[in-house]
Design a protein around this ligand. Structure first.
Ligand SMILES: Cc1cc2nc3c(=O)[nH]c(=O)nc-3n(C[C@H](O)[C@H](O)[C@H](O)COP(=O)(O)OP(=O)(O)OC[C@H]3O[C@@H](n4cnc5c(N)ncnc54)[C@H](O)[C@@H]3O)c2cc1C
Length: 160
């Protein structure tokens, strides 16, 4: 089994689009790490997240807005010999991306961000009440460095 590095933008976006959750890693200024599962939207190299206005994640972001986001999908347990533990592996596609959280305050841009997030999960269209838009915290993360790896690829099945 082999791990492949993908640099193709279309492949990276396909992996991100297939995920229903991302894992957002924060680094507090005292060095304490914090990772949260979050729903998300993605469009044109930008990840959109939403949250309550306060909480541990918001407090950390006020001190350090840098985040690392992991996306992981297509997990499948595979093995070459069922009796051999070290022949077990997991096929999977994974993307890791870094960026800086900016909070969106403009009402119409918050609605656009909510639409991007909802579109990730459903083709329905939505309207939002003013208080809902005003009360939600919208995070906008322009992805800077992005890496993509595919794990558990059989030599036999992969044609380079
Ligand atoms: C599949 C999934 C999708 C989610 N999507 C979103 C989303 O889109 N937006 C959103 O705001 N939240 C989402 N959540 C919840 C999110 O993971 C956090 O719990 C939430 O954002 C509150 O984070 P906070 O830092 O403000 O926590 P606080 O309310 O400040 O948390 C207090 C303490 O609770 C613990 N805690 C917080 N979150 C979790 C957790 N997830 N699991 C275990 N312990 C926890 C920590 O010890 C933390 O110090 C999702 C959760 C799941 C499981």
């Amino acid at each position: 089994m082999k791990t492949f590095v993908h640099t193709d933008k279309a492949k990276i976006e396909e992996v991100i689009r297939k995920c229903d959750v991302c894992y957002v890693g924060f680094a507090d200024t005292d060095g304490t790490p914090y990772v949260l599962p979050m729903n998300f939207g993605y469009k044109d190299g930008v990840v959109y997240l939403h949250s309550a206005q306060t909480g541990r994640s918001i407090s950390i972001l006020e001190r350090n807005p840098r985040v690392c986001i992991t996306f992981n999908t297509d997990r499948k347990l595979i093995c070459q010999h069922p009796e051999v533990a070290c022949s077990y592996s997991m096929h999977s596609n994974s993307v890791i991306a870094w960026g800086t959280v900016q909070f969106e305050e403009d009402f119409n841009k918050k609605v656009e961000a909510l639409n991007v997030m909802m579109k990730h999960y459903t083709d329905r269209t939505f309207s939002y009440g003013d208080p809902a838009v005003k009360n939600v915290k919208i995070w906008v993360i322009e992805l800077e460095e992005v890496t993509c790896k595919e794990f558990g690829v059989s030599y036999k099945n992969k044609h380079l």
